[in-house]
Design a binder for this molecule. Structure first.
Ligand code: 2M8
Length: 433
């Protein structure tokens, strides 16, 4: 075992809280949906029972309608804002009685995470037995999405908050903010007490984030009302690619388990419709990759980001399109002076290589792109993504995000946000195993 792998395990053990993991101390002191799934992939390499527990705890917080919240507030702490009182999940009639949570979700990684756990497992029979006990909850979660988040029956689901995207302050949301004028709320941010404010979203951006939640709360987190009224309503290529990837995994796992033909054919139907719409609606010929679609204002948000390439991870583009997209990724994001893959177009005025989701490299996206690019047979490029990811962690530590400019890494610290960050450690373990 390399010393880097040992350190990664230490990070995960430190962030383990009996039956779930926190993304990182102080900054993110609860369980987050997509973090939790990605962390389970790392845990599976050295402690499968913990990986299973992580998933069991996550799914235990599922609501009566199949929804899985983005944050599960297992403990009382005021080191994070906005906390459980603000989100007030119990407004929803089917919210979990057991856990306080948010009333929004995050990219549905659980399906493909279960398949990854099966791939990693050295005792496939035991892991499949575990999967049998949880897979229906994941299926129910997908059913929730297709029944409640697709008002036009397109096979593409919407997100109603930038925090649902996982790419919280990505520059494409600036276009949505221009359509809103929220009040100037008074509140005490906690993130900027843990991390340099220049690496986090602005106060005005937070006003927008809170305002969308206030509207959802006014309607008790009712999906139909949110679809009708939320000023933020977006079809996100990353979110939808992850759902499609997870559909695929559920089909494979149900086939391995045997039976369940009704669920397999339903998943297949969702899948066929989703992939067709995805290619027809979200691919932008001029940008040369997939873009977000603003459903509220009926217009595409025509920007390149690492999310634009994420459909490679789910096998969505055909081989010709995939090749062209990878070329764009290399040309714009992959020069000799750059680490792959910046989270936003480095040639754009809105690019900021130090600020959160406005430009830095993120390990979770790199992990998905690594797998996507290698599935299409571009092994050299996949290796480059892997090498870049390992190198930025080796040079800086297990940060939350990293500067994409190599020169900055030559000069000193180029890791930003939280340190000893769980998914950076978990996915590093997976990449080097
Ligand atoms: C970041 O988001 C949270 C809100 O969910 C925050 O800034 O307070 C994002 O990077 C998100 O993708 C991630 O899941 C979360 C915890 O790591 O942090």
């Amino acid at each position: 075992m390399t010393s880097l792998e040992k350190k990664a395990i230490e990070v995960l053990n430190k962030n383990w809280k009996d039956n779930f993991s926190i993304p990182c101390a102080n900054l993110y002191p609860f369980q987050w949906f997509w973090d939790s799934g990605l962390i389970a992939i790392g845990l599976a390499h050295f402690d499968m029972p913990k990986a299973e527990k992580e998933i069991v705890t996550l799914l235990d917080a599922q609501w009566g309608n199949g929804f899985i919240p983005h944050i599960i507030f297992h403990t009382e702490t005021d080191s994070y804002f906005p906390g459980a009182d603000f989100h007030h999940s119990s407004l929803h009639p089917q919210a979990s009685q057991k856990y306080r949570s948010t009333g929004m979700t995050q990219p549905p990684v659980t399906g493909f995470v279960l398949e990854e756990m099966y791939r990693i497992s050295t005792d496939k029979k035991a892991t499949l037995n575990f999967i049998k006990t949880v897979i229906d909850k994941v299926y129910f979660n997908h059913k929730y999405f297709y029944h409640n988040r697709d008002p036009k029956d397109e096979g593409l689901v919407y997100i109603y908050h930038n925090w649902e995207s996982g790419t919280d302050n990505s520059p494409m949301w600036d276009d949505v903010w221009k359509t809103m004028n929220p009040p100037e709320y008074t509140f005490e941010r906690r993130d900027t007490t843990h991390v340099d404010a220049s690496e986090r979203p602005s106060k005005r951006e937070y006003d927008h984030y809170l305002h969308i939640i206030e509207i959802a709360k006014e309607h008790k987190y009712n999906d139909a009302k949110i679809a009708e009224l939320s000023p933020f309503l977006v079809q996100d290529p990353l979110f939808n690619a992850i759902l499609i990837k997870s559909n695929k995994s559920l089909i494979k796992l149900y086939e391995l388990i045997g039976g369940h033909s009704d669920k397999i054919s339903q998943l297949q139907d969702w899948q066929n419709k989703a992939i067709t719409s995805f290619n027809a609606k979200l691919f932008d010929e001029e940008v040369g990759a997939y873009v977000h679609y603003d459903l509220r204002n009926e217009k595409p948000l025509r920007y390149l980001s690492s999310s634009s390439f994420s459909p490679l991870f789910a096998g969505i583009p055909d081989t010709e399109r995939a090749e062209a997209m990878i070329q764009i990724m290399l040309n714009k994001f992959g020069g000799d002076h750059q680490y792959l893959c910046a989270s936003f177009d480095p040639t754009s005025d809105r690019f900021n290589p130090k600020k959160y989701w406005r430009g830095p490299v993120w390990v979770n996206l790199n992990w998905m792109l690594y797998h996507g690019v290698s599935e299409y047979g571009y092994n050299d490029i996949a290796e480059r993504i892997k090498k870049d990811t390992i190198e930025i962690i080796e040079k800086n530590g297990f940060y939350e995000y990293f500067d994409s400019r190599k020169e900055i890494h030559e000069k000193g610290k180029a890791g930003y946000g939280g340190n000893d960050f769980s998914w950076s450690a978990a996915l590093l373990i997976d990449l080097i195993s």
